[in-house]
Design a binder for this molecule. Sequence first.
Ligand code: FE2
Length: 319
Amino acid sequence: MTDDMEDSKKYQGLGFGLGLRKEHYQDVIDSFETEDSQQTEHSINVDWFEVLTENYLVPGGKPLYYLEKIAEQYPMVMHGVSMNIGNTEPLDKNYLEQVKLLKNRINAHWLSDHLCWTGTNGSNAHDLLPLPYTEESVKNVADRISQVQDFLGCRMLIENVSSYVSYKQSDMSEWEFLNEVAERADCLLLLDINNIYVSSVNHEFDPLDYLLQVPKQRVQQFHLAGHSDYGDYVIDTHDMPVCDAVWSLYAKAVERFGDVTFMIERDDNIPPLNELLLELDLARDVSENVLKGGYYSSLVQNLQMKQESKPLQQQKIPA
Ligand SMILES: [Fe+2]
């Protein structure tokens, strides 16, 4: 099958987006709504937003009020942390029903969750725990993703997680595991470039080996994020800007995968929206330059210098 035929499995790309966070609700609403009327042009340069599924599953309340208002103006995708797709217990149909309702409510373009397990016997670890990379595990996860896709009636995205431990039982690499799961479940991939970097430091592999062996035709979306570097190990904290090494890896990812829907995750130490918009502009510049055939090694540094000298051109910075 050609790449073009395989690409027909993907959803249409959405461009450059951000995670929607409550600290920015009002700024985002102000981007399309003035005191007197709705603006036809948005005053911030964001193509779409990703929302954390679990924050909006309860009907009613302020979060859903803001979300529905914003979803009328911007394309949305959903990103979950509770599917527990690596577990071996029956899927939580009640949760999946709520996910399906929210997807319809905000007309989400797609939804994603993580290649991990998050608890067992009713307990919740509140963490995205890695799986053993074995044939048995591939079969279990792929079967469960297929069940979810059948239930939801759409193809979902699975994201690679960052990890700090591995299993003695694993007999394949993480990327071989990811590829096998995606192939058997016929799902799409959300490739988190920062997670690849974090795990490459913690488990001492070359992140380019990972990038080069992920199937191009299944990569629907990228995540980038900041992490905390402790020298011997790295923790995936999402509380600071994306670092140079991850930008460089992103440039390589654009070389390999092309113009993939892009998003920056910031979950802690949330800065003013304008700071994230500048990071998003940097991503646009990196992508554009790489796609034009620019040499990537000095590219990120040069673009960052350009960003630093750029005046803030978006709307007011929130107090
Ligand atoms: Fe991510």
